[in-house]
Design a protein around this ligand. Structure first.
Ligand code: PLP
Length: 389
């Protein structure tokens, strides 16, 4: 009997949880499933109730006194990031015309990095903050570039390649001291660690990173902020994101959110241990080097995501490793974002380059990502396969 394939690319997209599938099936079986939640008739109103119940559950899962009306459904984190960064920049400039500078970090996901051009076309200038060698965006670096001309600071909660967690609360305080809005792409951190979002104005999340369905995400936007939509139409989602809402997906998203955020206290220590064992084993083999010296262990606040292991091979290109591992029944990912699934001979991770690795070193970074559903034995088998390459 051939051995089952072991998928270890949860940070790209996690397999859908049973709770999510069950919630979707339950909604789809309801007599009003498929009704438009914006319609006045009874099935429409019942669909609206289900949508609002999902909104409330997800708002609560963010644990930051977020009112459900501050949560807007989107198609995923790319859309949430686009709406937030473009929208907040324009909203700030409308009130204070001198605010024309946007600060983002050099290690953001492409859905933020690729906004540089459209922002510049719209008359903004973009300042890229580089991380320390450990991959952290240090508050002192933000402080050094802040001034009263900044409209929005957008820095991810945790990096999708290294799993390094940023000091978001401190960064948000600095942004606010200068009157700028603070947005964070919390896609990778949400559901894996407790979040501190009290001083953040806007947050992007996506269902498929926590075992919810693909195709739905959300943007949290504080109610005192009004931003212009990117998509125009029937005015759904309080006019911010027109288009009929996917109630079935929202219900499934809520179920996954409830499961993940409700069990963080249990999964955090368990996953920290698994990540640490895998990381230490790979580095001890002398075939791999760490991509950051930040430890998985923590006393109070985690500094590194417990579900991502990031290392760089000493000689082999990451894309080659991904294909070799795939051949041996393991699905891992190259650190560098192979965003459209294409391979080119030598792609360097922009995150590792920003941390100071050479282009060659940065092309050797790999990422193994999982959640509590992946066993220690499967991670161990992957480790042994990687070491034997
Ligand atoms: N932001 C981060 C940090 C990510 O890791 C990803 C996906 O990998 C995204 C945004 C984009 O998410 P989505 O595929 O839901 O648009």
């Amino acid at each position: 009997m051939s051995k089952p394939y072991i998928y270890l690319d949860y940070a790209a997209s996690a397999p859908e949880r049973i709770s999510s599938r069950n919630a979707r099936a339950a909604y789809d079986a309801a007599s009003y499933a498929g009704a438009n939640p914006n319609s006045l008739h009874t099935p429409g109103r019942l669909a609206r109730q289900a949508l609002e119940s999902a909104r409330k559950t997800i708002a609560q899962s963010l644990q930051a006194h977020i009112h459900p009306q501050e949560l807007y459904f989107t198609s995923g984190a790319t859309e949430s990031n686009n709406i937030a960064v473009m929208g907040l920049a324009q909203a700030a400039r409308r009130i204070h015309p001198q605010r024309t500078r946007v600060i983002i970090s050099a290690i953001e996901h492409e859905s933020v990095l690729m906004l540089q051009r459209p922002l510049e076309d719209a008359g903004f200038t973009v300042c890229l903050l580089t991380p320390s060698a450990t991959g952290v965006i240090e508050p002192s670096r933000l402080e050094a570039v802040m001034d009263e001309d900044v409209c929005v600071v957008s820095i991810m909660y945790a990096n999708n390649e290294t799993g390094v967690i940023m000091p978001i609360d401190k960064l948000a305080h600095i942004a606010h001291n200068y009157g700028a809005y603070m947005h964070t792409d919390a896609v990778q951190a949400y559901g894996h660690i407790p979040l501190e979002l009290s001083h953040v104005d806007a947050v992007s999340i996506a269902a498929h990173k926590i075992g919810g369905p693909v195709g739905i995400g959300a943007l949290m936007l504080r109610k005192h902020i009004t931003i212009a939509p990117l998509i125009h139409g029937g005015g759904q989602e309080a006019g911010l994101r027109s288009g009929t809402q996917a109630v079935s997906l929202a219900s499934a998203f809520a179920a996954a959110a409830e499961e993940c955020t409700g069990s963080v206290c249990k999964t955090l220590p368990l996953l920290t241990k698994r990540a640490q064992t895998l990381h230490e084993g790979l580095v001890a083999s002398r075939m791999f080097v760490p991509t950051t010296t930040i430890s998985y262990e923590h006393e109070h606040t985690p500094l590194r995501l417990p579900n991502i292991v990031s290392v760089a091979h000493k000689t082999l290109d990451a894309q080659m490793i991904v294909l070799m591992l795939d051949n041996q029944g393991f699905g891992i990912s190259s650190g560098s974002a192979c965003t459209t699934g294409t391979t080119s001979s030598h792609t360097s991770s922009h995150v590792l380059v920003a941390q100071g690795f050479s282009k060659d070193e940065a092309a050797r970074g790999i990422r193994i990502s999982f959640d509590e559903r992946v066993s220690h034995e499967d991670l161990d088998a992957c480790m042994r396969t990687l070491i034997a390459l």
